[in-house]
Design a protein around this ligand. Structure first.
Ligand SMILES: Nc1ncnc2c1ncn2[C@@H]1O[C@H](COP(=O)(O)OP(=O)(O)OP(=O)(O)O)[C@@H](O)[C@H]1O
Length: 248
């Protein structure tokens, strides 16, 4: 059997990356990343500014064309497909700055997300459940633009949940939020993971990484330079600091 065919039939992991490469002119932002994320695993991606984390997410989500490499979602190859098709195949993501419909209500932002899942019948019930899980029911009728920054991050995660994705990419889900919002987000991530989702998270907050990540991948200059549990990476932290520089 051809090796590529073997990969497609053997790995049913929710997310598989093979040899991803992205160049921007003379800068190699992602320099050959291989990664396999198991079902219900939460994998943290850490590394200094400019190490390629956001570019990696954009490649996986189909928001940037890759120069080399292949991506599989739930055993199905999605390499080169447009972002909407990859989303439909079961991938959802959040952004560092939440991407919401500012001028409609919190409730309607969740309902709008259900359009993509095509599950209208259960959408009102799911919206109610999602708002309860994220403790935003009391602002259901507020415009998204009226929420605090932290509540907007919760709402963005809620919109992801409404689509019931198989794989969720979270980009700094708790950066700069109030500790109470952080707690709500952490509990929600655990619940969504327990109900079957798989996570890849970019995170600068090492406490958050320690609390939710089963495995951590360290990137530097576009490559994975270390991988392991929090303790394994923490043991290695002095080495990491040499190139992680500013924030780990
Ligand atoms: N659209 C672009 N055009 C040119 N260069 C880019 C572009 N996007 C990213 N880069 C470069 O690619 C490299 C990786 O950037 P990327 O944003 O992926 O890193 P990062 O790890 O996400 O950083 P941060 O933690 O600051 O978000 C950097 O050198 C960056 O300047």
């Amino acid at each position: 059997m051809h090796a590529d065919t073997a990969r497609q039939t053997i790995s049913r992991s929710p997310l598989v990356l093979e040899g991803l490469v992205k160049n921007f002119g003379g800068v190699t932002a992602v320099a050959g990343v291989d990664l396999e994320v198991a079902s219900r695993e939460v994998v943290g991606v850490i590394g200094p500014n400019g190490s390629g984390k956001s570019t990696l997410f954009n490649l996986i989500a189909g928001m940037l064309p890759m120069d080399e490499g292949r991506v599989w979602l739930d055993g199905k190859e999605v390499t080169g497909q447009p972002a909407w098709r990859i989303a439909r195949a079961g991938l959802a993501r959040t952004f560092q700055i939440p991407s919401l419909f500012d001028n409609i209500s919190v409730h309607d932002n969740l309902m709008a997300a259900a359009v993509e899942s095509g599950d209208w019948k259960r959408a009102p019930h799911r919206a109610k459940e999602t708002m309860e899980m994220l403790e935003i029911s009391h602002v259901a009728d507020n415009l998204a633009s009226e929420l605090s920054g932290g509540q907007q991050k919760l709402l963005e995660f809620g919109r992801v949940c409404m689509r019931d994705p198989s794989v969720i990419l979270l980009d700094e889900a708790t950066a700069g939020v109030h500790p109470n919002i952080r707690r709500i987000m952490l509990e929600a991530i655990r619940r969504v993971r327990d109900s079957g989702a798989t996570f890849l998270v970019i995170e600068h907050d090492m406490e958050m990484v320690r609390e939710i990540c089963d495995r951590i991948v360290v990137m530097d200059a576009g490559q994975v330079v270390a991988e392991g549990s929090f303790d394994e990476i923490a043991d290695n932290i002095e080495v990491q600091k040499a190139y992680l520089g500013r924030q780990v």
